[in-house]
Ligand binder design. Sequence first.
Ligand SMILES: [Zn+2]
Length: 156
Amino acid sequence: MTVDDFRQVTLDLEAFYNKTLNPTQKQLWFDELKNYTVEKYKKALHKICTTSQYMPALSIVLEEIRKVHEDVVLREKVDCRACKGTGYILYHKLVNGIDYEYVCQCNCQNGIGLDYDGTKVADKEHRSPYYLAKAVDVFMKEPSFTPQESAGQVQM
Ligand SMILES: [Zn+2]
């Protein structure tokens, strides 16, 4: 992450706990955290903010960010032609003569954890009719759908 990313996210953290780090602490935090992406830093802080009522020490942040990091690395490994490693497969479907592009969740390991079903969101305000279909359901039930590559290349 860049120093600007770090500053911005750390400001949010300070605001959340109504505490500030002094410049020496900030420099140390940045030195220890700069090799991680800002997304991982945000995820780690999100976890901390939702589970702890106290401003975290650097050691706690590092512990959380390593967990996030390992999680992501574990999931990035599978070589899959269907989703090209993203976990998502794009496909087309004609609705009333209009060609719509849809996305579904690949059955390979890359798709694990991508599940999304807006109809089952506990919080009413965030509920939606959208959900991420699983590739096996899409291509088994609707053989007329065509993924962007030929169907024969989709590995189930
Ligand atoms: Zn895949």
